[in-house]
Design a protein around this ligand. Structure first.
Ligand code: ADP
Ligand code: 5GP
Length: 189
């Protein structure tokens, strides 16, 4: 029997790079992996479920939780606040489960401070042109939020060198296989 150690994986990358798509596929094939549900002040998109996609909070409730010390990390991303609830991480790690945090670059670097053994994985789009096409294809953005995400993408990609692993999400099947190989190899350490 192969032995496995529980690991904290952090996955970042610009909006539209395909993080959510890749994580959903990987979890289908590696069901032992936990995923934290972050909190956000942004409004739900069509099909997003409160408590599953995110905990959708009002600005006042988000601030209350910051003041109560409930966040492991939180950051302003694009035009809203997003944060990882410490309780979500503790619940998984204390059960000995490996866990994925899908969070932005500021959050990733804050998590590394708290958990130096965390494995930071950056998902890159093949190009900015493809990224733009994916964001438009997702149908989730207004002109304004699209421009904001593309401008933020340049800044985020500039920090990719701080990550342990970089994966280009070109072909979805290939990128999924690569991510699975990375996750399972770190769990075997
Ligand atoms: P993120 O979570 O990084 O914001 P999503 O997972 O929502 O990104 O993906 C953005 C859009 O791109 C979605 O419409 C998704 O179906 C599509 N997509 C993701 N990966 C690929 C890929 N490898 N090739 C083509 N389209 C993709
Ligand atoms: P979206 O609005 O597209 O769901 O997410 C926008 C960005 O917020 C993504 O880059 C995503 O990784 C980031 N994000 C989601 N949850 C968290 C979180 O808990 N903390 C931080 N720092 N970023 C998050």
């Amino acid at each position: 029997m192969s032995s496995r150690s529980s690991k904290l994986f952090v996955i970042s990358g610009p909006s539209g790079a395909g993080k959510g798509t890749l994580v959903a596929r990987v979890r289908g094939r590696l069901p032992h992996l936990g995923l934290t549900v972050s909190a956000t002040t942004r409004a739900p998109r069509a099909g997003e479920v409160d408590g599953e996609t995110y905990h959708f909070l009002s600005d006042a409730e988000f601030t209350r939780r910051i003041d109560a010390g409930e966040f492991l990390e939180w950051a302003q991303v694009h035009d809203h606040r997003y944060g990882t609830l410490a309780s979500e991480v503790d619940r998984n790690l204390s059960a000995g489960r490996s866990l994925i945090l899908e969070i932005d670059v500021q959050g990733a670097l804050a998590v590394r401070e708290r958990f130096p053994d965390a494995v930071l994985i950056f998902i890159e789009p093949p190009s900015m042109k493809v990224l733009r096409a994916r964001l438009i294809g997702r149908g989730s953005e207004t002109d304004e939020s699209l421009s904001l995400r593309l401008a933020d993408a340049e800044r985020e990609c500039a920090l990719a060198s701080a990550y342990d692993v970089r994966i280009v999400n070109d072909d979805l099947d290939r990128a999924t296989d690569e991510l699975i190989r990375v996750l399972t190899s770190y769990e075997r350490y």
